[in-house]
Design a protein around this ligand. Structure first.
Ligand SMILES: Nc1ncnc2c1ncn2[C@@H]1O[C@H](COP(=O)(O)OP(=O)(O)OP(=O)(O)O)[C@@H](O)[C@H]1O
Length: 267
C-alpha cells in the first residue's frame, strides 16, 4: 500500500435477499491484487466498465479478518506507538458499514474491526514493559446535527455544542499556556522521541462551575486526566504533534493544577 496518511479501501458486499428476489445482477467486480474496482453500466454492456483504484479493494468473498490484517493492523500498531489513528466506514444505508466495523461473533473471521482493534490494543498493553497506558473509550452518535453520548446515563440526551469561534480562541490560549512548561530545547538528543498528538477535549461537567480543558496524551504517554467528576466529551481535536516522553515523565493529576498536561482556560 502507498504511504499516504489517508487510505481509502472499498468493500463490496454480497447481494441481499431482496436484491436476489428482484433478480438483480452484480455490476461490480474487484481486482484485489491491484486494489481496483470495476463498475459495468448494465444498460451499456458493450462499453468498458468504469475503473476505480483504491488503497485496497475487497469483494464479497473476503473476510473482515483479512481487511483488518492488511488495513487496520498497521494503523492500530501505530496508535500503540503514540500516533493518532482513525478508521471510519462510509456508505449508504445497508452497504455493510456495521458488518465491517462491528461484525459477527461467528464465524470468527467475520469479527468486526472494532472488537479486533480493542483486542489488539489490550494485547499490546499487556505486553508493554516500562510503559503505562491509559485507555479511554467514548461512544458518540451524531445524527443530523445532534450529538448523543451512547454511554452516558441518559443516552437520549443531546450534548451541548459550543460556538466554534469561542472554542478556537480558548484553544489558542490553552496552547500558548501549554507551550510554556513544555521542555523542548533541553530535550536530550538521546531521549526517546515520540511523535505524539496533543488532542484537546472540550468537556462539560454536569455539576461543575466552569468548563475544564482536558489535554490528553494518547498512549504510550502516561496521561492523567484533568477533569474532576463526571464529564462528557463533546469533541476531540488534534492540534499538533508536540510532546515527548521519558520513563520518568510525570503529568499533572488534578484539575487546575498547571503541570504537565493539565490546563484550565482563562475565561
Ligand atoms: N461483507 C458482507 N458479507 C455478508 N453480509 C454482509 C456483508 N456486508 C453487509 N452484509 C449484510 O448486509 C446487511 C446490511 O449491512 P449493515 O447493517 O452492516 O449496513 P450499514 O451500512 O451499517 O447500514 P445502516 O447505515 O442502515 O446502518 C446486513 O444484513 C449484513 O449482515
Amino acid at each position: 500500500m502507498a504511504s499516504e496518511s489517508v487510505k481509502v479501501v472499498v468493500r463490496c458486499r454480497p447481494m441481499n435477499q431482496r436484491e436476489r428476489e428482484l433478480n438483480c445482477h452484480p455490476v461490480v467486480t474487484v481486482d484485489s491484487a491491484r486494489g481496483q474496482c470495476f463498475i459495468q453500466n448494465p444498460g451499456a454492456a458493450d462499453q468498458p466498465p468504469k475503473q476505480f483504484t483504491f488503497d485496497g479493494a475487497y469483494y464479497m468473498d473476503h473476510f473482515t479478518e483479512q481487511i483488518y490484517n492488511e488495513i487496520a493492523y498497521p494503523l492500530v500498531e501505530g496508535v500503540t506507538e503514540g500516533y493518532n489513528g482513525t478508521i471510519f466506514a462510509y456508505g449508504q444505508t445497508g452497504s455493510g458499514k456495521s458488518f465491517t466495523m462491528q461484525g459477527l461473533p461467528d464465524p470468527a473471521c467475520q469479527r468486526g474491526i472494532i472488537p479486533r482493534a480493542f483486542e489488539h490494543i489490550f494485547e499490546s498493553v499487556q505486553c508493554a514493559e516500562n510503559t503505562k497506558f491509559l485507555v479511554r473509550a467514548s461512544y458518540l452518535e451524531i445524527y443530523n446535527e445532534d450529538v448523543r453520548d451512547l454511554l452516558g446515563t441518559d443516552a437520549k440526551q443531546k450534548l451541548e455544542t459550543v460556538n466554534a469561534r469561542r472554542a478556537w480562541s480558548s484553544s489558542r490560549r490553552s496552547l500558548r499556556r501549554g507551550d510554556q512548561p513544555r521542555s523542548v530545547a533541553s530535550m536530550p538528543v538521546t531521549a526517546p522521541r515520540l511523535w505524539v498528538f496533543l488532542s484537546e477535549h472540550w468537556t462539560f461537567p454536569p455539576r461543575g462551575p466552569q468548563p475544564a480543558v482536558e489535554v490528553d496524551l494518547p498512549s504510550p504517554v502516561q496521561s492523567q486526566h484533568a477533569c474532576a467528576g463526571e464529564c462528557q466529551s463533546l469533541m476531540s481535536i488534534s492540534l499538533g504533534r508536540l510532546l515527548w516522553r521519558s520513563p520518568s515523565c510525570r503529568w499533572g493529576k488534578e484539575a487546575g493544577k498547571e503541570t504537565g498536561t493539565c490546563l484550565r482556560p482563562v475565561g
